[in-house]
Design a protein around this ligand. Structure first.
Ligand code: AMP
Length: 523
């Protein structure tokens, strides 16, 4: 399957016309007996990863999985899945990265959409038996090959290598992987990333995070996500010759324990998980002195939380904005702290062209906000098999992120929220992030999310969900008057305030706005 045309980027510094198969062979040669990855039960060296992924090609082919076909890969954070991932890369067989939280309906939908040949998943994870998914796939698409595995699969003595597999048929601009878009509405779209563009993505993200052979990266979230996979994630860490530690449950206590036990130097977290880890740090003792960098991404990081993270973890915070469609931006490790608190930094590649446009598609004057669009080496120009999604791309090939942002005179990008999140209250525009920031300045408020809800009179009105710090409380009137005292104009004061104790989260761990909207509208 041919991917995006990369010819125009061949001279970009750092870009290589290379496949994952070639890369894992190179790693085996350079880093040999160094530990590449550790999971909760075992570890693998760079050399073993190279060999295992070669042997597994034979096993997968014996099972009937064809070269250059498509496979739904529902992986947990275990080495065996990374070995399979590399075996598929070698075969030119394209894995769809399915989150472990997906269930039969969602898995079958993506398989049907792509005519996938096979399904590979875990036997069990978090008390759920994936046999249910396998059985349903067999019923609905009986011709599909299914395989449920645990760590013993790649340890099996009967790993048969029937022939030496030569992966020369796979080339750098073939599609290597299909990522699922993280949209909160509708069905996820499939994002085709080529070998060379995804390798470049991981490499440039690793450079921005200054990874090297001493780095110990903790993959805290599910490796089906773009961030722990390639921003810089597993692939960026391996590129730099470091060691990857896989967290199995992604729970705050496991994460904190692994940082201590494995001497983790860098990890990537979504802001809500960073907050939970921080809360644990307040009540339990962990020696996290090895930790040098925390990357937060996937959702907006409020300045207040950013400050708390830096203070409590005593490390450098890297504010990252990433999309599975491509564009990754982040602050640099030596940026002034004020930048980290406010900005998502700069694109990781010199070839990233970013612009801010208005509703008519015209570039906005300098310093004004609008929609962030991007074109570049590793950003897609089309979704897989989704012609009706053309509105996500401009006529000149820019990907429309759907995020409202502003570019500062220093070239930093400040992401303000989703375009659609902007509240239109009887014609007056309110950016939720502005009100959230003011609410977070109140001593009593721990976390808050401001959303738009439909209103028959105003069109839309604002609703603030507020979580108080333990032992704190304010009533609606008090909150509103405190905001007024801060100089917030009347129409921006939330029309409705809801106190919340626990945040509903999506399968990716982001706050579930749709559930909040439903809750707010019931009132
Ligand atoms: P995904 O494709 O699942 O990685 O989601 C990408 C989207 O997540 C972006 O378009 C943003 O809406 C959001 N996002 C990622 N990182 C950040 C960030 N640092 N600040 C605000 N939004 C973010």
């Amino acid at each position: 399957m041919k991917g995006k045309n990369l010819e125009e980027y061949c001279n970009v510094a750092g870009f290589e016309e290379i496949t994952f198969g070639e890369l894992v062979n190179r790693w085996g040669d350079i880093y040999g007996n160094k530990i590449a990855i550790k999971d909760k039960d075992e570890e693998v060296t760079y050399w073993e990863l190279m060999k295992k992924s070669q042997e597994l090609v034979g096993v997968l082919k014996n099972l009937g999985i064809r070269e250059k076909s498509i496979v739904a890969l529902q992986c947990t954070n275990r080495i065996c899945f990374i070995e399979i991932l590399f075996a598929l890369f070698r075969m030119g067989t394209v894995p769809i990265m399915v989150l472990p939280a997906y269930r039969e309906q969602e898995v079958i939908k993506v398989m049907q959409k792509t005519n996938a040949d096979a399904y590979i998943g875990p036997i069990e994870y978090m008390g759920y038996s994936y046999k249910n998914i396998e059985t349903e796939i067999k019923r609905v698409i009986p011709e599909v090959i299914t395989l449920l595995i645990d760590k013993n699969f790649t340890d099996a003595e009967n790993l048969i290598v029937d022939e030496y597999f030569d992966d020369k048929n796979v080339v750098y601009d073939d599609v290597a992987i299909l990522l699922l878009s993280g949209g909160t509405t509708g069905e996820p779209k499939l994002i085709p990333r080529t070998h060379a563009d995804y390798i470049y993505n991981a490499k440039m993200a690793a450079e921005r995070s200054c990874l090297d052979q001493q780095s110990v990266y903790l993959a805290a979230l599910s490796i089906a996500h773009n961030m722990p996979l390639a921003c810089p994630g597993i692939l960026g860490t391996l590129y730099a010759g470091g060691t990857v530690i896989l967290s199995y449950y992604s729970s705050p206590d496991e994460i904190m324990e692994l940082i201590e036990e494995e001497g983790v130097t860098i990890t990537g977290l979504v802001p809500t998980l960073a907050q939970l880890c921080m809360e644990l740090l307040e009540i339990d003792e962990f020696d996290i002195s090895s930790l040098k960098v925390i990357i937060t991404g996937g959702a907006r990081l409020e300045a207040k939380l950013a400050e708390d993270i830096i203070r409590n973890f005593h490390c450098i915070l890297q504010n990252q904005f990433g999309t599975a469609e491509g564009l990754v931006m982040s602050t640099s490790l030596n940026d002034p702290v004020e930048w980290t608190l406010k900005y998502q930094g700069k694109p990781i590649s010199e070839a990233d062209r970013i612009r801010i446009i208005d509703e008519e598609g015209k570039d906005v004057p300098e310093g004004q906000s609008g929609e962030l669009i991007v074109r570049g080496l590793y950003t897609i120009e089309n979704y897989y098999n989704e012609p009706q999604c053309n509105t996500k791309f401009t006529d000149d090939g820019y990907y429309r992120t759907g995020d409202r942002a502003v570019i500062t005179i220093d070239g930093n990008v400040r992401v303000l929220g989703r375009m659609k999140e902007q509240i239109n209250r009887a014609g007056e525009k309110i950016q939720p992030s502005e009100i959230e920031e003011s609410l977070l300045e109140l001593r009593e408020v721990q976390q808050t999310v401001v959303i738009a809800i439909d209103d028959p009179l105003l069109g839309q009105k604002s609703c603030a969900f507020v979580q108080f710090r333990p032992g704190c409380n304010l009533d609606e009137k008090e909150i509103c008057s405190k905001l007024q005292q801060k100089g917030i104009v009347r129409y921006k004061i939330p029309d409705q305030i809801e106190v919340i104790e626990e945040w509903p989260v999506t399968k990716i761990g982001k706050i579930d706005i749709n559930t909040l909207k439903r809750k707010a509208s019931i009132k």
